[in-house]
Design a protein around this ligand. Structure first.
Ligand code: G3P
Length: 215
């Protein structure tokens, strides 16, 4: 329990380093006051361009990966395997999953930036890659197909997240993995409520177009 608490705190503190807010500050803007108002890669691309967005991709992925690795290092996976038995997939340690989810929470509600962060898609993706890279590549493929067809990043994120727990279950990754996948998916989808409203209203901006909405 102490180790898991440590993993959660470390993950949360690392995840709170919301790269889009930090990169935005370097460009002299608060990214949360522009475009969709979201502190994420898509809104950074929309307002600050490709270089800034690339930095956000790097930072948000790095903190997810680091939190996952630190989580697995702190929590003794050998002991976890004996508790959870066959429910635990060999590749993905429970410590890593806790660390990853804490990093996503930190990204969404960052300690250092007034608890107003992003939607955690990139960080979630990095955690999915660490949990099961084959599943991660499959979901990235699905995401890209939906982006290419629809031009909506949010819709693509929502669809990929919704498929994640179901795909993990069908792939036979076990109960613990599937529960973690469900938490990751619910966290991400629940952050998209404004996007869902805009998608229904037909006011959601397509990728590559400037957006003046500040919700
Ligand atoms: O990664 C977040 C994306 O799904 C939506 O971002 O800025 O269009 O709300 P945004």
């Amino acid at each position: 329990i102490i180790r898991i608490t440590l993993v959660l705190i470390t993950g949360y503190l690392l995840g709170s380093l919301n790269t889009s807010i930090i990169v935005g500050k370097c460009y002299g803007v608060d990214i949360r006051k522009h475009g969709s108002g979201n502190a994420g890669m898509t809104n950074t691309l929309r307002n600050l361009g490709k270089t800034a967005a690339a930095l956000v991709v790097l930072g948000d992925i790095l903190k997810g990966v680091l939190s996952f690795i630190i989580g697995n290092l702190i929590v003794d996976s050998g002991a976890m395997v004996s508790i959870l038995g066959s429910h635990l997939p060999a590749a993905a340690g429970v410590g890593g999953m806790f660390g990853g989810i804490a990093a996503i929470a930190g990204h969404n509600w960052p300690l250092y930036f007034g608890f107003k962060g992003g939607k955690g898609i990139l960080t979630s993706f990095s955690v999915v890659m660490m949990m099961d890279w084959q599943l991660g590549i499959m979901l990235l493929g699905l995401f890209l197909i939906v982006v290419i067809i629809s031009r909506y990043v949010s819709l693509s994120s929502i669809i990929a997240c919704a498929v994640f727990p179901a795909a993990a279950y069908i792939k036979g990754n076990g109960t613990v993995f599937t529960v973690f996948a469900l938490i990751v998916a619910l966290l991400a989808i629940s952050r998209h409520h404004a996007n869902i409203k805009r998608l229904i209203n037909g006011t959601e901006p397509k990728i590559g177009k400037k957006n003046k909405d500040n919700s």
